[in-house]
Design a protein around this ligand. Structure first.
Ligand code: UTP
Length: 473
């Protein structure tokens, strides 16, 4: 791409009221100026005023008509036929894995891409390796190649690619990996002005996991999928080491939505308690009839969050764990269609910026900027066909988001051990448990050994695990 000149950039920005981004241009050396012009050329500057307007007028949703979403139990009746349908899809080469890994991971505070974080309880396997091993195991089981699409951001793309290369793509074919950097959007101050992070760099952030739709399209990934005959995309986040990357039962449930191709389906787990900070899958009125949707915990009124049914269960109990299947056709429609697209959301954040008079970077003490993002779950309200499958938390959800406390490496490790301890117990191994029921040992079962309890059948397993023992299978 040829880079627009300074004059051309200035006239573009003047028309948008953003020419202050060139304030320091006269003082910059050639390479810094080039970097700034290149960056601005790639940013969606024309969309900023629309994004401000769209998010200003986002009125509080009317939640009075919300209903709980009907759920299919993963372990319930029909599971075997769902599994068979999903396995047929995988075996026919119609499924791809898709990981969104473009987030900044600020809460965890890990310096590299989050997928490189050592996540497993005993061997400290990086998240990317745990997913790669699952894909490898699935490929071997079904005699198929599973393409893996990985959304990065311009901020971590090079490091992510290098990590895969350094690890020899974890034994999978390099051709079956497709890295797609998501878009960046400028951070904006209260007056709607984009901000400078340094004299030659606009302050930006990745455009959210909902940026996946745009990125899949612009990168050519959707075309690549179509070329390979892929029909369904198994979507998951980078931060959950227990995620089932390609789950035949879920795929079977998803396509059961209309016997050939569901549009977008979701997994949920039971909420831990009414106050758990997690989005909830519900049914509510949407354009064209009742739609599945995710209501964020901050938007769900306390009374609704605490409401219980006759059997004492929370009414809004379906916690979104950000595991979806989307059909390629649905993603194409969202990306290309003239119809509705994913809405923008904005959040107030502290964003360091350059003071125009001193040229120094100012670290704000309170939120001074809006960051804009799209959320993938907003696509649910655009799907006419969507199913929700409930899974057991201990089997599939142990996210690593924070350095400490909830959803931290420590909490994830405990859940990993609980899952693997239960798998061993299912085959007769004695596993020590604490008073609260949690497993009192560090047990890691790698995906190449087993992806679910049944895979351990016929293996030589220990008769008992000792309290505090570290065990790797
Ligand atoms: P989170 O919402 O947990 O955000 O992302 P994060 O950026 O990883 O972490 P914090 O908030 O800075 O601590 C959930 C998933 O969505 C991906 C993340 O990589 C993670 O897999 N994501 C998020 C993107 O791919 N792009 C984004 O712009 C945001």
């Amino acid at each position: 791409m040829s880079i627009p000149t300074l004059d051309a950039t200035r006239s573009r920005l003047q028309g948008l009221g953003q020419e202050h981004l060139l304030h320091f241009a006269p003082t910059l050396g050639p390479s810094a100026l080039r970097a700034l012009l290149e960056q601005i050329a790639a940013l969606p500057m024309e969309e900023l005023s629309g994004m401000m307007r769209e998010t200003e007028s986002q009125s509080a949703q009317d939640l009075s008509a919300l209903e709980p979403v009907p759920v299919v139990q993963r372990d319930g009746a029909g599971s075997a036929s769902f599994r068979a349908a999903g396995e047929a899809l995988v075996r026919a080469g119609k499924v791809a894995a898709f990981t969104v890994a473009g987030g900044q991971g600020t809460r965890l505070g890990w310096r590299g891409p989050k997928g490189t974080y050592p996540a497993t309880i005993v061997t400290g396997k990086p998240l990317f390796r745990t997913f790669a091993e699952q894909l490898l195991a699935t490929e071997r089981r079904f005699g198929v190649r599973l393409p893996w699409y990985i959304m990065t951001s311009p901020l971590n793309d090079a490091d992510t690619r290098a990590f895969f290369k350094d690890n020899n793509w974890f034994g999978r074919s390099p051709q079956d990996h497709f890295f797609l950097p998501q878009g960046l959007v400028p951070c904006i101050d209260a007056q709607g002005k984009a901000m400078l992070a340094s004299p030659h760099e606009v302050a930006t952030n990745p455009d959210g996991h909902g940026g996946a739709i745009r990125a899949l399209d612009r990168s050519g990934a959707l075309e690549d999928m179509a070329r390979r005959g892929i029909e369904q995309i198994s979507y998951f986040q980078v931060d959950n080491p227990l995620v089932r990357c390609v789950d035949p039962v879920f795929l079977g449930v998803h396509v059961a939505a209309d016997h050939s191709s569901g549009q977008m389906s979701s997994k949920c787990v039971s909420k831990r308690n009414a106050a758990e900070k997690v989005g909830v899958l519900c049914r509510g009125p949407g354009a064209g009839g009742a739609r599945t949707m995710v209501i964020e915990y901050s938007d769900l009124p306390k009374a609704a969050a605490e409401r219980r049914d006759g059997s004492g269960e929370l009414v809004f109990n379906a916690a979104n764990i950000a595991v979806h299947v989307l059909s390629v056709a649905f993603a194409q429609r969202l990306a290309k269609g003239d119809g509705p697209r994913l809405p923008w959301h904005r959040a107030q954040k502290k964003v360091p910026f350059v003071d125009a008079t001193t040229g120094k970077v100012v670290e704000p003490e309170k939120p001074n900027a809006f960051k804009f993002e799209c959320f993938i779950f907003d696509a649910l309200t655009l799907a006419e066909r969507s199913l929700t499958m409930q899974v057991q938390r201990v089997e599939e959800f142990a996210p690593i988001k924070n350095a400490e406390g909830e959803d931290s490496p420590a909490s994830s490790h405990r859940i990993q051990s609980d899952r693997h301890g239960a798998w061993l117990e299912a085959h007769g191994t004695q596993v020590p448990r604490r008073g609260d029921g949690s497993v009192d040992a560090k047990i890691e079962i790698g995906p190449l050994a087993a992806m679910e309890a049944a895979d351990l059948r016929g293996r030589a397993l220990p008769k008992a695990v000792q309290r505090g023992q570290e065990l790797v299978i």
